[in-house]
Write a new protein. Structure first.
Length: 316
C-alpha cells in the first residue's frame, strides 16, 4: 500500500494551489452597525479593534445629522478617561477627522487595541455631564460633580432630575470586515509516495513510472542521494520506455524535458507537471556510464494529488 504523506510544506501547497485554482479574492464586507443619539458635546465609544502583531485596518461608514469628530484611541487610555473625564483632553487620538457628516473612515491601526471614538462637535451649554463606558461629556468645572448614568440619559448638575436630549444628533455607524468574497474554497492536496529505492548503480537507466497528473501544474518531488553525478528527468512514459530499446536517444530525450536536473548527487527537487503530457515517468541514470562504481544510490519520488474541493474551477 502506498504511503500517504500530509501536505505540510507551505511551498508545495501554495505552488500547487496557485496553478490549479484561482487566487482567493478579498474585500470589505458590511458587518454589524450602530445607531446612536448624541447630545451636544457628547462622546460615543464604538467597537474595539484588536489587530494582530503586524497591525490592521479600520473601515467604517459614518452618517451623522450634525458634524462630529471621529478618531481612534488606545483602549486602556479610553477606559481610564471614562472613569476620570478630566483625562479626556490628554488622550492620544489617531487618524482624527473633524466636521464629519457622511464619510468612509479609514485608518491603519498599530498592533494594539484601539477604540473608535466619536464626539458631537456642538458646544454644550447646559452643564450636563454624562460619564459611562459608551458616552462621556467633559464639563470642566462640573467634572467633580459628574454622575454615572445609563446610556441615553443625561443628569443635570443642579439636581438629579433626568434631563432628556435636546436637539439630538442621530448617528449611524456601519462597520466592515475584511473577508474573502470569491474563490474562498481552495483545493487541498497530499503527497503520495510513488517510489522509494536503494539500488546498485549500473550504466543502465532506472525508470519509475505510474505518474498520472490529474491537473495542470501538479507537483512532483524527487529526492536523490548518489556517490556519482546523476541525470534526473521527467519524461512521457512512452518516451521513457523506448530508451531501453534505443539508448542512443537518451541525451536527446533528456534535453527535451522541461523538468530535469543534471550532475546531481544530493538533491530534493520539486517540479510542476504538464497535464497534456499524459502518463509520465522519472528516469535516473549516471552522467557517465563508464567505470560506474560498485555502490548504491537512493531515490524517493512523490506526487501530489487533490483530495478535497477538487471541483474548483481552473485558473484562466
Amino acid at each position: 500500500m502506498k504511503a500517504v504523506i500530509s501536505l505540510a510544506l507551505a511551498f508545495a501547497c501554495s505552488a500547487t494551489g496557485a496553478a490549479f485554482a484561482q487566487d482567493k479574492k478579498f474585500n470589505w464586507v458590511a458587518a454589524n452597525s450602530e445607531a446612536v443619539r448624541l447630545d451636544p458635546g457628547y462622546y460615543h465609544a464604538g467597537h474595539v479593534s484588536r489587530p494582530g502583531s503586524s497591525g490592521g485596518n479600520m473601515h467604517v461608514d459614518i452618517e451623522s445629522e450634525k458634524p462630529v469628530t471621529v478618531a481612534l484611541a488606545p483602549e486602556a487610555e479610553w477606559n481610564n478617561a471614562a472613569q476620570h473625564p478630566e483625562r479626556l483632553r490628554s488622550l492620544n487620538f489617531l487618524c482624527q477627522q473633524e466636521h464629519v457628516t457622511k464619510a468612509t473612515y479609514i485608518c491603519n491601526i498599530p498592533p494594539q487595541a484601539m477604540v473608535l471614538v466619536i464626539r458631537d462637535e456642538r458646544p454644550n451649554t447646559d452643564g450636563v455631564v454624562l460619564a459611562t463606558a459608551s458616552a462621556v461629556r467633559t464639563g470642566d468645572r462640573y467634572i467633580d460633580r459628574a454622575i454615572r448614568a445609563g446610556v441615553g440619559t443625561a443628569i443635570a448638575v443642579s439636581n438629579s432630575v433626568p434631563h432628556k436630549y435636546v436637539s439630538p444628533n442621530d448617528l449611524r455607524i456601519q462597520y466592515y470586515s475584511w473577508l474573502c468574497v470569491d474563490h474562498c474554497i481552495q483545493p487541498e492536496f497530499r503527497w503520495y509516495l510513488k517510489a522509494k529505492e536503494k539500488y546498485q548503480l549500473t550504466p543502465i537507466l532506472k525508470v519509475y513510472g505510474g505518474i498520472f497528473p490529474d491537473h495542470e501544474g501538479e507537483q512532483i518531488s524527487v529526492k536523490i542521494k548518489s556517490p556519482v553525478p546523476m541525470a534526473v528527468a521527467v519524461l512521457p512514459s512512452a518516451v521513457a520506455n523506448q530508451l531501453h530499446v534505443s539508448p542512443e536517444t537518451l541525451q536527446q530525450a533528456l534535453a527535451s524535458s522541461s523538468c530535469q536536473q543534471r550532475g546531481v548527487q544530493s538533491l530534493t527537487w520539486e517540479c510542476p507537471l504538464n497535464l497534456a503530457d499524459g502518463p509520465l515517468s522519472v528516469v535516473v541514470v549516471p552522467e557517465s556510464t563508464s567505470n560506474v562504481p560498485h555502490k548504491k544510490a537512493e531515490i524517493e519520488v512523490y506526487e501530489t494529488k487533490c483530495v478535497e474541493h477538487c471541483a474548483v474551477p481552473p485558473a484562466n
